[in-house]
Design a protein around this ligand. Structure first.
Ligand code: IYR
Length: 232
């Protein structure tokens, strides 16, 4: 049941500062180890583990609590072959015609190209669809969803954190355009492909690009005041 039934008390445990720091330092150390992986072992991942990760994603906040997402867990090897074929056709056009020189240069350190073996090699793909509206079949009408892009982005963030928590690796793969995914997976016409997320364990010979993350100073700005625009 997605609707709220009035308001109910909410009293999460308030932690002392020491515990807050311990927990967040540990969370940072753990999440900082997460990397996008493109080389997977074929070892199957238990389905209930993927489902729990999806349940975690489904706890994300969303515009007007519409929860405008569908997560398709694709393990069928035949379907994955078809997806790979369609993906590589689109990616070939992207790499050879659609992407700018600047874009290709920016991707150089990642070493990506249009060949996507991970679609067949990873044991599962979680293909996320954003639901642009909902349908009221009885009334034959549509009603809107809100901030669909933002809502799905937050849900995928939680999904990636959940998969990492389980010791799994993933990739946020964005073939573009990706309308073919809705066709191949027979999705209803109110759904648009949002991201393809191959999931599994890295292969024994997996490597990742040697990237660095921005420092706190580069991503965080304080307004502790007094600011010239703060009220006297
Ligand atoms: N979708 C293509 C290209 C690509 C684009 C960005 I932005 C990346 O960060 C990585 C790849 C591909 O998946 O190869």
């Amino acid at each position: 049941m997605s609707g709220a039934d009035g308001h109910i008390p909410y009293r999460p445990l308030r932690l002392d500062e020491g515990e807050m720091r311990r927990r967040l330092d540990a969370m940072y150390d753990h999440l900082a180890e997460r990397r996008s992986v493109r080389m997977f072992s074929p070892d199957p991942v238990p389905l209930d583990i993927l489902e729990t990760a999806v349940r975690i994603a489904g706890t994300a906040p969303s515009g007007a609590n519409k929860q405008p997402w569908t997560f398709c867990i694709v393990t069928d090897p035949g379907l994955r072959s078809q997806i790979r074929k369609a993906v590589e056709e689109e990616e070939f056009k992207s790499y050879s015609e659609r992407m700018s020189k600047r874009w290709l240069d920016d991707l150089m350190p990642l070493g990506t190209d249009h060949i996507k073996p991970f679609i067949e090699e990873a044991p599962a793909l979680i293909i996320v669809f954003r639901r642009i509206h909902e349908k009221d079949a009885a009334a034959g009408s549509k009603y809107p969803n809100y901030y669909v892009q933002e809502s799905c982005g937050i849900a995928v963030g939680l999904l990636l954190a959940a998969l990492h928590e389980a010791g799994l690796s993933a990739l946020t793969h964005t073939p573009s355009p990706m309308d073919f995914l809705a066709r191949l997976l027979d999705r209803p016409d109110n759904e648009r492909a949002f991201l393809n997320i191959p999931v599994g364990w890295p292969s024994d010979d997996a490597t990742v690009p040697n990237l660095s993350r921005k420092t706190l100073d580069e991503i965080c700005v304080h307004y502790a005041g007094p600011h010239p625009k703060s009220e006297k």
